[in-house]
Ligand binder design. Sequence first.
Ligand code: ADP
Ligand code: MG
Length: 327
Amino acid sequence: PRLANQIAAGEVVERPASVVKELLENALDAGATQISVEVEQGGVRLIRVRDNGAGISQADLPLALSRHATSKITAVEDLEAIGSLGFRGEALAAISSVSRLTLTSNDGAEASGWQVMAEGRDMAPVVSPAAHPQGTTVEMRDLFFNTPARRRFLRTEKTEFNHLEEVFRRIALSEFDTAFRLMHNQKVVHQLPIAQEHAARSQRVGRLCGVAFMEQSVPVDIEHAGLRLHGWVGLPTFSRAQADLQHFYVNGRVIRDKVVNHAVRQAYRDVMYHGRHAAYVLFLELDPALVDVNVHPTKHEVRFREQRMVHDFLFRSLHRAVAELRP
Ligand code: ADP
Ligand code: MG
């Protein structure tokens, strides 16, 4: 089973950023309203994610580390209505097969909590008591310590941290009702309080995407025929990578999609200069029955039932917003 885990780990765990993605999604699935992420050396040496969510019971702790142990699907029909972000039940198993992992949790049933450890080996995890407030802390150390070939693919600390911060940014932009904190090598990089009002939400977007983006963008909020598009549309920028300032969410989920990209590109056509990239943080909300989410673990694809309608709605809404942008 360990070999299978390491194969799965290759798909799920490519670098520290992929670990942070899985741990943040778990924390959100657990209903956390406060999540703190502490990392050292770009996340290779340490990733510690602490949340105040539902927690894991003593009995379920060892199961959480075993492959295909998910608490998130109870019936086959659930597969068609996946609301939670994770549903494969293999992320923790995969991460623990290539690192030293400690899982500490308290589900609120008792005053204290419980802990399990795994260290890249096939070892029945032992549950021991540990102090922890309600919620969960996952601590991952020494990523790829037992798979040197994979470790050689890691880039510099700075590059790995940039990837990790990008994952953090995308997730923090998707959940304004949760407070987030990111620390790197003991320094606070982002401290984001819960942001319910528009002003607070703008502030979070400014902190994550930069003041320049906020100052040169216009807010959007348009509703039509059951579709709602809201967020911020900014001036095209010379960003490092095209995806840097392009955040598009469908029903709270980060996605990349051809229909969306095409509508955005068309809307920006008149203001686009060579070498520049559109910059936006946008949220599309629609009836979940009108969109299929691809269940592949690492892709973020959707298929709209009414592609034409969605495309035209996006194009019209964005074209209007882009026209308001003043260079
Ligand atoms: P999945 O998220 O696909 O179910 P994971 O391997 O990521 O699989 O997690 C396994 C299980 O461990 C989850 O189904 C959940 O029950 C539990 N779990 C993991 N992280 C947390 C957390 N932060 N809070 C509460 N439960 C968690
Ligand atoms: Mg998960």
